[in-house]
Design a protein around this ligand. Structure first.
Ligand code: DQA
Length: 143
């Protein structure tokens, strides 16, 4: 089973960016965590990060026919991007949405998730472990 893990803008700055919210671990630490979890679950993963909305859209489109599911932390584009939502609907792959922080307990504008209008599963506020939970959910739920 092949899973695409997509990370949106500013997640490459983990460790530097607002450590009181996102913690002190770096983006490389996150990628290592994802690889270890995927390996443990027997999943193949590709992990991509982009600061550009269009690159995320293209990565989702390119997943069609190549991946069995998507884990996505669209970061700020979660709350703004109809294009990311449309791309997810276009390819129709099983999708789990993840956020490191608990977006429901932050500013009101973070409560709206376009990604969440398509994703079949959402995990937020669990830090890196949320990615593991999403991978494991996809493993159990992909037919
Ligand atoms: C985030 C939450 C978003 O609201 C924010 O814009 C991010 C990161 C998270 O992982 O907690 O960049 O997706």
């Amino acid at each position: 089973m092949k899973i695409l893990v997509l990370n949106g803008p500013n997640l490459n700055m983990l460790g530097i960016r607002e450590p009181q919210i996102y913690g002190s671990k770096t983006y490389d630490d996150l990628v290592d965590y994802i690889r270890v979890e995927a390996n443990r679950l027997g999943l193949e993963v590709e992990v991509l990060q982009s600061n550009y909305e269009g690159e995320l859209v293209t990565a989702i489109q390119n997943a069609y026919g190549k991946f069995d599911g998507i884990v996505i932390n669209a970061a700020a584009y979660t709350h703004t991007s109809v294009a990311v939502l449309d791309a997810l609907k276009t390819v129709g792959l099983p999708t789990a949405e993840v956020h490191l922080s608990d977006v429901n307990k932050r500013e009101p504008f973070r409560k709206l998730s376009y990604v969440g209008l398509y994703a079949q599963k959402t995990v937020c506020g669990k830090g890196f472990d949320g990615y593991g939970e999403c991978l494991s959910w996809l493993k159990e739920n992909i037919k």
